[in-house]
Design a protein around this ligand. Structure first.
Ligand code: HEM
Length: 478
């Protein structure tokens, strides 16, 4: 093992503190706040050392890339995910996040059209409905005490994503928002837990653990909820007597074709997906969307709360866009909210929620100054890319204005890494932006927000999130 750990020519710098056999494993043990500090530290170390460095978990080598060009090379050369993603494989299997490159290529191509702007525009009405529900749930809290807004946002994102992907009626939707949401939440937390408990990485040891028994139980819960929904929808579409049938929906204003229907249609016409594939895609969309988007909006509210001038400018822009206090935000309105968009982008740059992604290095890869060895894993440091010196001397500062003038933005596209880098970039990024924008527009037109991003401590939980209990305070604008 020691020989394997020995640097070879064209090796990058090794993060200090490695021990024989265990590498840096002792440095990741601790709570989630500690874990985030470790990941942050290695990315800053990578930035300082020419954009690539390495660390070790046991005898497994992880490279960390924060150079924009090298990260693009690696992410497009190696499309497979490393073994840590396999922890979620039993649950999400052929879903886009965990799918092997060969399956991913076909499925991603088939699913891309379901997330293009034209399709997303048909969701605007539904997202407004959900944002109104969010605002009405926040109403009793306004003017009272500071509170943790994240759980309300989780609920908002999960309802929106499951509504638009499953198209359920109110009855079935209740089950999704309670039992299904809870099971997904526990499963995601469990994968993160296993990642940190290095001894449970071995599938042999894991097989005998209480965590594995719990995982099986939760996966069954999820299957028992989603499988009947898929079957029911399938037979309804087949019978062609459903008034919600796609062909009627497509042309009805305010209606949309849920992703589930699009997948069932592809399955029917092209044999593209099995029922299991479809469930895995639906579960992946739910799991990938809610922690990320809810954290992002929480951070944005804390940022808005900290900078009153930014908040007033958002409010002014909103007032210019809608005519009546109670109007929905239309697709055209969303285009006009350019300052709000800049605030969202800048907040996600300075306070990203997905701080790194990873790839399996399944062949030797030559980068500018070093060679990555096959058999290892590589983390692409999104946090590092988003504050790379190429952003300018003010890279650490929150400055939404930089997005209003393209001339001030860095040229390299992979520096805009909040939603990933390369071909496996987030499929839901436009939907996520729409959900964030509509929720913030509804909140900011009703309330004045107080919060303080500068005192927030973060913990790593798949998505980065404020340590529990970080609060905002709302006062009604009326
Ligand atoms: C603030 C919100 C979000 C952030 C920061 C985010 C970030 C990311 C990142 C960094 C990746 C790349 C993962 C990797 O390469 O390993 C990714 C992938 C993915 N995201 Fe998102 N995401 C967000 C919201 C969403 C939403 C709303 C959805 C679904 C509706 C979604 C669905 C997915 C899926 C399915 C993938 C896998 C894509 C593939 O490999 O083809 N995400 N996301």
């Amino acid at each position: 093992a020691w020989l394997w750990m020995k640097p070879h020519p064209r090796s990058p710098a090794i993060v200090p503190g490695a021990l024989p056999f265990i590498g840096h494993s002792h440095q990741v043990i601790g709570d989630r706040k500690h874990l985030w500090n470790f990941f942050r530290k290695v990315q800053l170390y990578s930035l300082k050392n020419g954009g690539v460095c390495e660390f070790w978990l046991g005898t497994h080598k992880f490279y960390v890339i924060t150079d924009p060009e090298d990260s693009l090379t690696l992410s497009n050369t190696c499309l497979n995910k490393p073994y840590v993603y396999d922890f979620a494989k039993k649950f999400l299997n052929n879903g886009l996040i965990t799918a092997q490159a060969s399956v991913w290529k076909t499925h991603r191509k088939l699913l891309n059209p379901a997330f293009n702007q034209q399709v997303l525009n048909t969701y605007v009405n539904e997202i407004n409905v959900q944002a109104r529900t969010l605002v009405s749930k926040l109403a009793p809290l306004a003017g009272k005490e500071p509170f943790d807004v994240r759980k309300y946002l989780i609920n908002y994102v999960l309802s929106t994503v499951t509504r638009t992907s499953l198209g359920l009626g109110t009855e079935d939707q209740v089950l999704i928002e309670t039992d299904y949401a809870e099971a997904i939440d526990e499963l995601v937390a469990m994968f993160c837990d296993r990642g940190q408990k290095v001894w449970l990485h071995s599938s042999y040891i894991y097989k005998w653990s209480a965590m594995k028994r719990k995982e099986d139980q939760l996966i069954n819960t999820v299957k028992n909820i989603i499988n009947p929904i898929i079957l029911k929808r399938k037979s309804k579409l087949k019978a062609n007597n459903d008034p919600n049938n796609y062909n009627n929906l497509a042309s009805t204003p305010g209606k949309f074709k849920p992703v589930l229907d699009q997948m069932l249609q592809l399955a029917d016409e092209q044999n593209a997906f099995t029922d299991d594939d479809i469930r895995e895609h639906v579960d992946t969309l739910a799991a990938a969307s809610y922690l990320t988007t809810s954290s992002a909006v929480t951070f944005i509210l804390l940022v808005i709360g900290k900078y009153p001038n930014v908040q007033e400018r958002i409010y002014k822009e909103l007032q210019e866009v809608y005519e009546h206090e109670d109007d929905n935000f239309t697709e055209q309105d969303l285009h006009k909210l350019v300052y709000l968009e800049a605030v969202i982008k800048e907040s996600m740059r300075v306070y990203p929620v997905v701080t790194f992604i990873a790839r399996k290095v399944d062949r030797d890869v030559n980068l500018k100054n070093c060679t990555l060895r096959a058999g290892s894993s590589c983390a692409l440091g999104l946090y590092g890319l988003l504050r790379h010196p190429l952003w300018g001397a003010d890279a650490e500062q929150f400055k939404p204005e930089r997005w209003l003038d393209p001339a001030t933005l860095p040229e390299h596209r992979s520096l805009y890494a909040a939603f990933g880098v390369g071909r496996r970039i987030c499929i839901g990024h436009l939907l996520s932006n729409m959900m964030s924008k509509i929720a913030l527009a509804h909140i900011c037109r009703r309330y004045h927000v107080t919060g303080d991003i500068s005192t927030v401590e973060c913990e790593f939980d798949v998505a980065l999130q404020p340590v529990k209990g970080h609060h905002i305070f709302l006062t009604s604008r009326k």
